[in-house]
Design a protein around this ligand. Structure first.
Ligand SMILES: CC(C)(COP(=O)(O)OP(=O)(O)OC[C@H]1O[C@@H](n2cnc3c(N)ncnc32)[C@H](O)[C@@H]1OP(=O)(O)O)[C@@H](O)C(=O)NCCC(=O)NCCS
Length: 180
């Protein structure tokens, strides 16, 4: 079976808070896998499954309150990708949201899942009146390539923004996208 066919059988869908709570282990697996493969997604080398569960547990109140939405890639037996759409809380920014935890299990990458997850988050943002999206990602990362390929616009670069999983300092790139 071709890689494209495998990818097309994976469902991209919102994950409601009760299901997120029930599937914390799978969500943690995706995050731990990303860090273990060198992704700079706020955590350091050695990031554990317990810490991964704690991260996703901390997202549940925001999901329940409607402050954010979680989308997942689901192959029918397990979750293999995530993205968070986080609405700006400021009263003067009802049109703005951030993208975060854009993750695809390392064994499932380059099959279009990242692009499909991002498209799902963008569609949901637009449907709820959020027409400006922002995010930042490590310079030189797969994330940077994904966002550029999907029409995101670079609006700044900050050297030495965070500590990479290899212990060196890494640069971040800020991106935005206007949805229409
Ligand atoms: C970024 C990430 C989510 C992309 O997921 P993915 O499922 O592999 O992405 P896709 O297959 O949908 O790729 C979409 C496009 O992004 C670009 N891209 C993604 N990964 C790439 C890579 N390793 N090399 C070159 N281009 C890449 C390509 O343009 C690709 O389109 P193409 O396959 O038609 O050439 C995944 O690599 C990942 O989880 N990385 C670790 C976590 C991370 O860094 N997330 C971003 C933090 S903000």
């Amino acid at each position: 079976m071709s890689e494209a066919l495998v990818g097309s059988r994976i469902d991209i869908r919102p994950l409601a808070v009760h299901e997120a709570e029930a599937r914390l282990d799978e969500l943690a697996n995706i995050l731990v896998d990303a860090v273990a493969h060198g992704a700079s997604v706020n955590f350091l080398s050695g990031f554990s499954h317990r810490e991964g569960r704690a991260f996703w547990l901390s997202q549940l109140p925001g999901l329940a309150a409607g402050e954010k939405q979680l989308f997942v890639a689901d192959d029918g037996s397990r979750l293999v990708g995530t993205v968070l759409l986080m609405f700006a809380p400021q009263p003067n920014a009802p049109h703005r949201a951030d993208i975060g935890k854009m993750l695809v299990l390392s064994s499932c990458r380059r099959r279009g899942l990242g692009a499909r997850l991002l498209a799902a988050a963008e569609e949901a943002a637009l449907a709820s009146g959020h027409t400006l999206l922002l995010l930042d990602t490590e310079s030189g990362s797969e994330g940077e390539r994904l966002y550029r390929s999907r029409g995101w616009i670079e609006c700044g670069r900050v050297p030495d923004y965070f500590i990479r999983t290899d212990g060196r300092l890494g640069d971040t790139i800020m991106f935005y996208k206007h949805l229409r």
